[in-house]
Ligand binder design. Structure first.
Ligand SMILES: NC(=O)c1ccc[n+]([C@@H]2O[C@H](COP(=O)([O-])OP(=O)(O)OC[C@H]3O[C@@H](n4cnc5c(N)ncnc54)[C@H](OP(=O)(O)O)[C@@H]3O)[C@@H](O)[C@H]2O)c1
Length: 328
């Protein structure tokens, strides 16, 4: 048995290039915990915010970033009966995922079939979980409605495009380049807007004959939020997902009044903790959609543990499409 394992180490707030890989002492699981050999770890924008001290969760130093993983159970703590050594699982760990192994409370662990692809399982929970919670659960998007997705080629964005199509809605994808929009098209988007070269409001007016989108999925914030909201349809639902562009937008309160529209906050981590049954129902529905070929998660690049800073930098510099994954 080895006594240590390799893990990405964050010893101070800073840009991803300050991260190192360190040897960490193995810890046996305590009561209710599961120790997992990490086969793949999903890379998410919140990881990149967390190492800079810009995320709502600020773990004490040193810590290992990485919120979601898939792998095989090594051992379990007292009282754990649902999992045993050798079984394949996915887990939401919050931190600690960019490592060869991680210990997670059993409540964050999900069983997988023995032959499940660990890379797909590792990128699925956070992005698809967030987008399902937003689009299906909060916005209750229905067939025949129209949804605008901002940052549509990104992790949660592309998941929202696919979920919108699986629900039978019309999806308008907005992103910053022709290459990113081509990815959105490939994943089912009906209409495309390049918000760097086109006027967002004009394009939405043209595409919806002046009606506006029923649902707006916004993981970007910044300068697009207000023009997008001004374009929303009567009784529209605006999903506040995140602020990848940096600034947190402010909105005049007369705008929701005039459209009879709602602004809905989406916080998947808290949803998964408070409403685990609803979250698992979403995972089950999407697993079925994968089986039926209705959604096809895109992993555009795989990195080693040593390349974790590069992976986070690719997100921060808008070079990523779909999901990025670390294979320790
Ligand atoms: N609320 C929740 O529960 C929850 C859960 C997961 C993630 N999030 C949030 O959702 C956002 C997206 O996360 P993600 O993992 O999908 O990230 P991602 O894959 O990097 O996607 C973000 C997209 O935002 C766009 N963007 C615009 N300005 C940007 C900038 N200055 N820097 C980086 N990206 C910029 C990019 O698209 P273009 O280049 O096409 O503009 C990019 O594709 C983040 O703010 C994250 O914190 C929230």
């Amino acid at each position: 048995m080895h006594s240590s394992f390799r893990a990405v180490n964050c010893a101070a707030w800073g840009m991803p290039d300050q991260l190192t890989v360190a040897n960490i002492a193995v810890r046996e699981p305590m009561a209710g915990e599961v120790r997992i050999r990490v086969l793949a770890a999903g890379v998410n924008f919140p990881d990149a915010l967390m190492v800079q001290g810009k995320y709502q969760l600020k773990p004490p130093f040193p810590f290992t970033p990485g919120a979601e993983i898939a792998g095989d159970v090594i051992s379990v703590g007292a009282g754990v009966t649902k999992f045993k050594a050798g079984e394949r699982v996915a887990a939401f760990c919050g931190i600690g995922g960019f490592a060869e192994e991680v210990v997670v409370p059993q409540t964050g662990v999900m069983p997988l079939p023995a032959d499940a692809d660990p890379k797909i399982a590792a990128i699925f929970m956070l992005a698809y979980g967030t987008s399902w919670h937003a689009v299906r659960d909060r916005a209750a998007l229905t067939a025949g409605e129209t949804m605008l997705v901002l940052g549509a080629a990104g992790g949660v964005g592309l998941a929202a495009v696919e979920i919108g199509k699986a629900l039978g809605a019309r999806v308008i994808a907005a992103a910053s380049s022709a290459e990113k929009l081509a990815v959105c098209k490939l994943h089912g988007a009906d209409d495309l807007i390049n918000y760097e070269t086109e006027d967002l409001r004009e394009a939405l007016k043209r595409l919806t004959e002046g009606r506006g989108p029923d649902v707006i999925f916004d993981p970007v914030g910044g300068r697009f939020a207000e023009p997008a909201f001004r374009s929303i349809a009567w009784r529209g639902r605006y999903m506040v997902i995140g602020f990848a562009a940096g600034p947190i937008p402010a909105l005049p309160w007369n705008l929701p009044l005039l459209k009879g529209a709602s602004i809905m906050g989406v916080f998947w981590g808290e949803f998964a903790k408070r409403e685990p049954k609803a979250n698992f129902a979403g995972m089950a529905e999407m697993t079925e959609w994968i089986r039926e070929g209705k959604i096809r998660p895109l992993i555009s690049r795989t990195y080693s543990l040593d390349e974790a800073p590069q992976a986070l930098d690719d997100l921060l510099e808008r070079r990523a499409t779909g999901k990025l994954v670390i294979v320790p």
